[in-house]
Design a protein around this ligand. Structure first.
Ligand code: ATP
Length: 224
């Protein structure tokens, strides 16, 4: 099992009230699988993805990466673990507008100091971004193109897992399907594990398993 979580609880306090968002969640994904987490707005998908992506600590419960229990208090080690093993693609592209397309893809490599320019170019071509875009500032790109650059950036350190939060919600249906086919294709050729949150059944159908998050409880369904 590449990534698993057991008995995860997470609540948020606002003033005197406290909302329990995740109530004893259990989650498993095997290496090379693509899984969807579905749920209505506010059901806690992003909260769960932040925990699975080792960005946030649960109130209780454990997360395991490659069988190893995560120690959320060791922030330095957590950051290294994330940088080496997890790629992120978020809803609002999260590209840095002032940087070029190529520089955006290279960003995660700046942390470990191994700047892989040729590999970045190869990945950009692989996600369908042509050479003429490489040195353009990323704000010139369309939503779908930005998402493809974000995927190339997520892949640059050869992560074992890609965590993607509603990657298709700001692009039209046709581009959303193209993006999912691309993710599926990349996941199969790199044997990457992909965890994706979505509101859409159509998007979830591209995945091997679909989890449903509702009222803090997670259930799952095999899509084969
Ligand atoms: N940092 C926070 N502080 C307080 N409340 C939060 C915080 N993060 C999330 N919440 C609350 O937790 C609940 C779940 O939010 P979350 O963003 O995880 O849902 P979601 O399913 O991803 O929603 P969407 O589909 O709209 O992105 C919401 O009620 C939200 O307001």
């Amino acid at each position: 099992m590449i990534l698993s979580a057991s008995n995860i609880k997470k609540s948020f306090k606002s003033g005197k009230s406290e909302t329990l968002v995740l109530n004893n969640i259990n989650f498993n994904v095997e290496e090379g699988q693509m899984v969807a987490i579905m749920g209505v707005s506010g059901s806690g998908k992003s909260t769960l993805l932040h925990i699975l992506g080792l960005l946030d600590e649960p109130d209780s419960g454990d997360v395991y990466f490659s069988g190893e229990k995560i120690n959320f208090t060791d922030k330095k080690n957590l950051a290294l673990l994330r940088n080496a093993n997890i790629g992120f693609v978020f809803q609002f592209y999260s590209l840095i507008n002032e940087l070029s397309v190529l520089e955006n893809v290279l960003l995660p490599t700046m942390i470990n100091g191994i700047i892989k320019i040729d590999y970045a170019k190869e990945l950009l071509l692989r996600v369908g971004i042509n050479q003429e875009f490489f040195n353009k500032r990323s704000y010139n790109l369309s939503g779908g193109e930005k998402q493809r650059v974000a995927i190339a950036r997520a892949l640059i350190n050869n992560p074992k897992v890609i965590i993607t939060d509603e990657p298709t919600s700001n692009i039209d249906e046709n581009n959303a399907k193209l993006l999912m086919s691309l993710l599926r294709d990349l996941q199969q050729s790199f044997n990457t594990t992909v965890v994706i949150s979505t509101h859409s059944n159509k998007i979830a159908r591209f995945c091997d398993t679909t989890y449903f998050l509702s009222e803090g409880v997670l259930t799952n369904e095999d899509n084969s």
